[in-house]
Design a protein around this ligand. Structure first.
Ligand SMILES: NC(=O)C1=CN([C@@H]2O[C@H](COP(=O)(O)OP(=O)(O)OC[C@H]3O[C@@H](n4cnc5c(N)ncnc54)[C@H](O)[C@@H]3O)[C@@H](O)[C@H]2O)C=CC1
Ligand SMILES: N[C@@H](CC=O)C(=O)O
Length: 348
């Protein structure tokens, strides 16, 4: 049985959910042909912890936020990310710190340090993928390791890998969908009569929202996801700033009620489309969809994306777009991809 040593960078909702799965369900991984051992954790709130023989996850998960790893063997008060990423005995670095829609930092540096140290990276962080994806994938390839990021779009619902593997041989012409769980949840709660702020607070409590929820409501989270899909699937080579973006911040309770009265539902739609001249146009905007539209019935934190293809027409995938456990699953699917690569490399 292969054992992969993990370094968890960021110990918030998603990485804690992954740690809980490793603690509670080792059989799930054994059935996949490997076991997972967490040898390092860093977080701004806790500091750093490196224990090469494996960290007692039950003990660290029981530590309240605000306590420190200092005092534990291999522990320190500060999140010594660079040292831990470069020098801990991890095979796979799991990056789940805050997403920065501006420059992707510090996650871009975390990913780069790991790949240049010959460590695989799995991440749910959209910043490095949307802003430096091509560069980081090139670094990964030249170091013989994987850079995997399925959770960057639609949480654990397979989108990127599915489109690459299962829609191969089709010409993709456009991608369009609901790509932010928080804003979709909030719009649904506003339909039920809640105010915007109250609905956002619920989404935060449920673990859907970004650390700064204006990224969800203002559209910058979807902008990153549209840029990722446009670059990955349409070969667009665009920057997130190329995606014209309007969020739902100006949609009022009255707008929501008026739409419902007309049989419509407001949705935040992200889209990238290849035009006749070959260029790709990408846009994020709220749209009041008629009830019969396939995306109108997508509710709560569920997301959906529709691929427009030449031979099949529209192919739509729907599933969770946010959530701690759901997103931790994306990391597991990435680790499976790393394992396939590692075993394939061994066989070769
Ligand atoms: N929660 C969700 O549904 C989804 C989250 N994501 C992405 O996954 C990432 C993690 O999400 P969550 O766990 O929900 O966020 P979170 O806010 O619960 O956790 C992030 C953790 O990272 C830590 N952190 C921030 N900067 C750090 C630094 N420089 N060094 C060390 N630790 C640092 C914070 O203290 C916090 O504990 C984010 O980038 C988010 O955009 C992606 C898909 C879905
Ligand atoms: N905050 C995001 C989490 C996933 O990317 C969302 O609500 O969709």
């Amino acid at each position: 049985m292969t054992t992969y040593n993990l370094a968890l960078i960021g110990f918030g909702g998603v990485n804690r959910a992954l740690a809980e799965l490793i603690r509670d369900e080792p059989r799930r991984f054994a059935d996949l042909g490997f076991e997972l051992r967490v040898v390092a954790i860093t977080d701004l709130a806790f500091g750093s912890l490196v224990q090469g023989e494996g960290i007692d996850l039950a003990a660290v998960l029981a530590m309240p936020r605000g306590s420190s790893f200092e005092g534990l063997p291999g522990g320190s008060t500060e999140a010594r990310n660079e040292d831990v990423i470069k020098n801990s005995p991890a095979d796979i670095v799991v990056e789940a710190t805050f997403t920065s829609p501006i420059d992707g930092e510090p996650a871009v540096s975390h990913v780069r340090w790991a790949l240049e140290s010959g460590k695989h990276v799995v991440t749910t962080n959209k910043g490095p993928v949307a802003l430096k994806g091509q560069e980081l994938s090139t670094i990964a390839a030249s170091n013989g390791v994987r850079f995997e990021y399925e959770g960057a779009v639609m949480s654990g619902t397979p989108v990127i890998r599915l489109a690459h593997k299962v829609l191969g041989g089709l010409e993709l012409r456009a991608v369009q969908g609901i790509l932010n769980g928080t804003s979709n949840y909030v719009l649904g709660r506003m339909e039920a009569g809640l105010g915007l702020e109250q609905a956002i607070a619920e989404a935060q409590e449920l673990g859907y929202a970004e650390a700064d929820p204006t990224a969800d409501i203002g559209g910058s989270d979807v902008r990153l996801k549209v840029a990722i899909l446009a670059n990955e699937l349409l070969g667009a080579g665009i920057h997130p700033n190329d995606v014209e973006t309007t969020g739902i911040q100006d949609i009022t309770s009255q707008d929501v009620a008026d739409a419902l009265a007309r049989g419509c539902r407001w949705k935040l739609i992200g889209e990238a489309r290849r035009d006749a001249d070959g260029t790709v146009t990408a846009v994020v905007q709220p749209v009041a969809l008629p009830a019969g539209h396939p995306l109108a019935g997508i509710s709560g934190a569920t997301n959906a994306v529709s691929f427009t293809t030449d031979l099949l027409g529209a192919v739509t995938v729907s599933g969770p777009g946010a959530g701690r456990v759901e997103t931790a699953y994306a990391l597991i699917s990435d680790i499976i991809a790393v394992d396939e690569f590692a075993k394939g490399a061994v066989r070769a």
